[in-house]
Write a protein that binds this ligand. Structure first.
Ligand SMILES: *Cc1c(COP(=O)(O)O)cnc(C)c1O
Length: 416
């Protein structure tokens, strides 16, 4: 028998123990082991039931295991799943058509993860800069906002302002300029003849659900038009009904030149993303320029198409608008002094907790013990972003749990 290493003396064969022993430590999950999900509910390995107020960062907008999406997945998986783009399939065209029609964009390029859609947007923007705008080779610049989140590839973390996302991962690709989020004048002032695009989230999700002043997107649109710069919106988290409109840009009646979608596009079953753009931007891609083995596969296309149909047929964007208003009103009514800010639109809501009172993480642990699952973002913000199919009663249940958790944390802090 081979000798055991000291840390294997008492092997912890539990799911959490095995992750700790064999996994990379790039996440710090709450101590719950989920085994089943249905709709807005999740169950752990001890059979306890939770409300999912997180929906995998909007990826599970339709709830867990939606029967219509499961049927689309099962049928297509049995018929034809993966072919690569070396061949046409009967599923891709109709999916792209629906995607373009529902977003008002001309063309779509399917990928898998959100980061890949953003990488595709960056390539399109640069090529447009060189071939159409006339930027000198190698000089194209893209303006991004401070506190952006666009994924974890090396190019993308290179333009992050979050020190930890970059630390140890350089050198980074040049060609990105950061400006404060929500300040259209600062953005316009940063535009130079080498600027090919502006890449922003209409509402910054990972930064803590940061909503810019109304009129910002419109002002960015106008600045981009004045200076012949592409406006590219990253709606991977905010798109597909999350904020109470099909796209968050719709709240200001703004149509971007380029758009990234992901997360909910996969119906909570698969990673499906896309870069969408004007004709003249997308036409710059020629065969061999860009691709992905799995991008646009028939299984992804069938599930994505079913998800889009479901979104439209059930009016989930409209539903998220009014259920989100209800959620916001109920949160305001908690009236606890530890809640220093409430931000959001539709069912993308951030509850900012006074760090002197408690960490957002400890509030999330408290919520977990009350049967409500969510995750903090940026240390001080509790994210509330349930599946769009959430009921008012379920939202009330989550808000009541939050009120109890804040009350209990407050009582435990009070001097004896
Ligand atoms: C999640 C997210 C991404 C990255 O998506 P992945 O699928 O994790 O690569 C990009 N942009 C925004 C705004 C996101 O919220």
């Amino acid at each position: 028998m081979t000798a055991r290493l000291p840390h294997e003396a008492t092997p912890d064969e539990s799911p959490i123990g095995l992750e700790a022993r064999y996994g990379a430590r790039n996440y710090d999950p709450l101590p719950v082991v989920l085994t089943r999900g249905e709709g807005v509910q999740l169950w752990d390995d001890a059979g306890r039931c939770y409300l999912d107020m997180m929906s995998a960062y909007s990826a599970v907008s339709f709830g867990h295991g939606h029967p219509v999406l499961l049927q689309a997945l099962n049928e297509q998986a049995q018929r034809l799943a993966i072919t690569s783009r070396a061949f046409h399939t009967d599923k891709l065209g109709p999916f792209l058509q629906r995607l373009c029609r529902m977003t008002g964009m001309a063309r779509a390029l399917p990928m898998n993860s959100g980061a890949e859609a953003v990488e595709t947007a960056i390539k399109a923007a640069r090529k447009w800069g060189y071939r159409i705008k006339g930027v000198a080779e190698g000089r194209a610049q893209i303006i991004v906002a401070e506190n952006n989140f666009a994924g974890r590839t090396t190019t993308i973390v290179g333009f992050s302002t979050e020190a930890q996302y970059r630390d140890g991962f350089g050198p980074f690709a040049p060609g990105f300029v950061q400006v404060p989020f929500g300040d259209a004048a600062a953005l316009e002032a940063a535009i130079t003849p080498d600027t090919c695009a502006v890449l922003i989230e209409p509402i910054q999700g990972e930064a803590g659900i940061v909503v810019p002043p109304h009129g910002y997107l419109k002002a960015v649109r106008e600045a981009c038009d004045r200076h012949n710069v592409l406006m590219i919106c990253d709606e991977i988290q905010t798109g597909l009904g999350r904020t109470g409109a099909m796209l968050a840009c719709d709240h200001e009646g703004v149509r971007p030149d380029g758009l990234t979608l992901g997360k909910a596009l996969g119906g909570g079953l698969l990673p499906v993303s896309a870069f969408l753009a004007r004709d003249d931007v997308m036409d710059l891609f020629t065969p061999g320029d860009h691709g992905s083995t799995f991008g646009g596969n028939p299984l992804a296309a069938a599930v994505g198409d079913a998800a889009l149909q479901l979104l439209e047929r059930e009016g989930l964007a409209e539903q998220a608008r009014w259920t989100g208003e209800h959620l916001m009103l109920r949160l305001k009514a908690i009236g606890h002094p530890a809640i220093v800010d409430l931000r959001g639109k539709g069912l993308l809501v951030g509850v900012e907790i006074d760090p002197g009172f408690a960490s957002a993480r400890s509030v999330c642990v408290g919520l977990m013990n009350e049967g409500v699952l969510t995750k903090d973002t940026h240390g001080t913000v509790v994210r509330l972003a349930p599946p769009l199919v959430v009921t008012l009663a379920q939202l009330d249940q989550a808000v009541d749990a939050l009120a109890r958790v804040l009350h209990r944390l407050g009582a435990s802090r009070a001097p004896a």
